[in-house]
Design a protein around this ligand. Sequence first.
Ligand code: 48F
Length: 259
Amino acid sequence: MHLEDVTISKAIITRYQEELLEALESDVAVVGGGPAGLVAAYYLARANKKVVLFERKLSIGGGMWGGGMMFNQIVVQDEALPLLKEFGVSYRTFEEGYYTSSSVETVAALTLGAVRAGARIFNLISVEDVMVRDNRITGLVINWTPVDLGRLHVDPLTVQSAYVIDCTGHDAQVASMVVKKMGAVLRTRTGNLEGEKPMWAARGETATVANTREIYPGLLVAGMAANAVCGGHRMGPIFGGMLLSGRRAARLILGEDEE
Ligand code: 48F
């Protein structure tokens, strides 16, 4: 078979450009492709919302790949078992109420689920700022991650979205930007970023779901970011709360869950 190298390049550039142009206006922009972001993207896309997800790193999956201390297994509890089943992830019972899955299989299944549901995933793109109009988040400012890493002086581009979900994990990057740049008062106990508390799996898991909410008009937090913003405990390599939080964020936007 005859192959033209330049045609391969044309195909990649054309298709990527098409995808990026489509991503400029969306219903929901998810920041961060860890477990919470992937699950949120899946449920929203499945409900026919136009969803884009921006992940800073080369690989999707966030903190899930490494399991606990690089033992690439995760633990999930009873409440989240339906989500493993929803994504077709295989699991084994360790003890009653404790189920284990391969972290690699779980990341792969969540990613495939989100993509097949219709979410557009962009890796290697960092969200570096937000757009705010009339005290509401209206979009994101994005740039190539290598620009950030290389400290190159390159201006970013913007994308517009009706809702943004901060799924950036411990750093809660989008919520931090809103506070830093706008002096925003968040819907937290003190109105500010509370910061996460030390490890306590039982409390952290419940809090992650309870703290999943719209913290500023148009901006929701989910996953570990929800606890980082609202002052919940961290929980380590148990991931049920991340999955349930992602689903809750989607349900809040879809009007299927009351805060
Ligand atoms: O950290 P991460 O996996 O967040 P999560 O979905 O899950 C948390 C758990 O992994 C773990 C835990 C469970 O017990 O506590 O930490 O809440 O995924 C966050 C993703 O966001 C990306 C980051 O690279 C990671 O993949 N990210 C962070 N900042 C940005 C970003 C940014 N500014 N732009 C784009 N992506």
